[in-house]
Structures are given as structure tokens and as C-alpha cells.
Ligand binder design. Structure first.
Ligand code: PEP
Length: 256
């Protein structure tokens, strides 16, 4: 399966800084065209800036080597939802991917499993690929509940989305590994990915289409060993996506 490396800039950036980062990433991609998909999920104000790089990254067949992603989407189509952005609006801005259910949104904005499932549905209806984040907290892991938690989170998305589930990307992001410098070992990550793969297999005969990314302090040093695992189909990269050389090293480690 073609791997996917998606950067999550979170709430970081400044126009000048972004230009330097994107110039370096684009130069790296042009020098060595990736065989994996590459996306950056950026704050809304930077969409137009990244769109320009997306256009300039097109290969000879017209496909972008760098795709634009968002970090959140409304579950609603339109209406009185001040501050929210609808999936159809993202689509008009040529957004290809949207992160849904990131642990920071679950933790700080009270997003429930059902809301994440509804946001997934809204993204799919607009033709945007949702990157659905799931993962256990440290307390849940230590209590031996990892499998139960990730299966519950994914089950909500499967239940709400039915056969369309084959169009999603899943990101397994253990909460204790996000932004902490602590990474799940390749074996720990693989074990959870295998559980998720089996759950997807039971839900759709198209399960082989679903990429399962790992996220949580993936960096230039540990990417190759994580990406070598049979059920790790790419990465969702926070901190390291803000440093062009590191991001490019991770992309290089994801070549098939
Ligand atoms: C993330 O924000 O999804 C993430 C994985 O962050 P980091 O790589 O910084 O741990």
C-alpha cells in the first residue's frame, strides 16, 4: 500500500516562517519525488499560502506531491454554528485531508466518540479524506485498557459510517506519546495496528484500502523502524513536521 506522511502543524506558524519551511519541503520533494503521499494539515489562515505550494508541487501527471490538509471540521453542513467551518467549505479550498478527533480536541474541546464519527461522516460526504485519530491515555495503557479504548473509538466511527469506512485513514496516536518525546516502540505500535486492522476487516471487505498511520513523537531517528512494521502505513507527524530536514527524512523513510 502507498504510505502517507501527514504533518500536523497544530497552532503554529507565521507567514514568513511557513514560506521558509514550505520552500525547503518543496525543494526536497522536487529533488527526490516521493512514492508516498505527503500532506500538511495547517491552521485555516494558511490554506491559501499552502495551496500555492500544492499547485507548484504538481508532477508531470498533474498530481500534487504536497497536499493541503485541515486540522478540524464541523459535523454540520451549514447554519448557525459560529466559528465552525463546514467540510464543503474546505473542499472549495482544495483541501484533501482533514484530521478529526485529535486527542487535543478530545481533551480540550470535549469531543466525544460520536462527534468524531459525525465529523468523519461530514468529511466523507464532501469528498475529503478524514484522518481519524484514536489512542489511549497513559492511565488507560497502564490499566491494561489500550485495546478496549481504541476499539471503542474506532467502533463509533464504523457504526456511523457503514461501508464508507473504507475511505478513511486511521491514525493510532497514543496520547502519552504526543509531543512528549516518548514513542511507542515499533512492536507496541504494531500490536495495536494489528488489532485495528482486524477490526476494519470485520467491518468491510475493502479493509485493505484503509491506511493506519502511527503518530506520537515520530521523528527523523525513529521513523524508519516504525514504518517498517507490516501494519504501519504512514505517520501523522507533529513537531518534526515543522523542521524541513526532519520532515523530509521521515518522507524518505516511507518510500515503498
Ligand atoms: C500530533 O500532533 O498528531 C503528533 C503526533 O505530535 P508529535 O509528533 O509532536 O508527537
Amino acid at each position: 500500500m502507498k504510505k502517507l506522511i501527514a504533518g500536523n502543524w497544530k497552532m503554529n506558524g507565521k507567514f514568513g516562517q511557513n514560506t521558509a519551511l514550505l520552500d525547503a519541503v518543496l525543494a526536497g520533494l522536487k529533488e527526490k519525488p516521493p512514492t508516498c503521499g505527503v500532506a500538511v494539515c495547517v491552521p485555516f489562515p494558511y490554506f491559501v499560502q499552502v495551496q500555492d505550494y500544492q499547485d507548484r508541487s504538481r508532477d508531470e501527471s498533474g498530481n500534487p506531491m504536497l497536499s493541503l490538509g485541515a486540522q478540524d471540521v464541523s459535523a454540520h453542513e451549514a447554519g448557525a454554528y459560529t466559528g465552525e467551518v463546514a467540510a464543503s467549505m474546505l473542499k472549495e479550498l482544495t483541501v484533501s485531508y482533514v484530521i478529526v478527533g485529535h486527542s487535543e480536541r478530545r481533551q480540550y474541546h470535549g469531543e466525544t466518540d460520536q462527534l468524531v464519527a459525525d465529523k468523519t461522516k461530514a468529511a466523507l460526504a464532501a469528498g475529503i479524506t478524514p484522518i481519524v485519530c484514536i489512542g489511549e491515555t497513559l492511565a488507560e495503557r497502564e490499566a491494561g485498557h489500550t485495546e478496549e479504548v481504541v476499539k471503542r473509538q474506532l467502533a463509533a466511527v464504523i457504526h456511523t459510517n457503514g461501508h464508507c469506512i473504507s475511505e478513511i485513514v486511521v491514525a493510532y496516536e497514543p496520547v502519552w506519546a504526543i509531543g512528549t518525546g516518548k514513542t511507542a516502540s515499533p512492536q507496541e505500535a504494531q500490536a495495536v495496528h494489528a488489532v485495528l486492522r482486524a477490526q476494519l476487516k470485520a467491518a468491510t471487505d475493502q479493509f485493505a484500502r484503509v491506511k493506519i498511520l502511527y503518530g506520537g513523537s515520530m521523528n527523523a531517528a525513529n521513523a524508519a523502524s516504525l514504518l517498517a512494521q507490516p501494519d504501519i502505513d504512514g505517520g501523522l507527524i507533529g513537531g518534526a513536521s515543522l523542521k524541513a530536514p526532519d520532515f523530509l527524512t521521515i518522507i524518505a523513510a516511507a518510500q515503498n
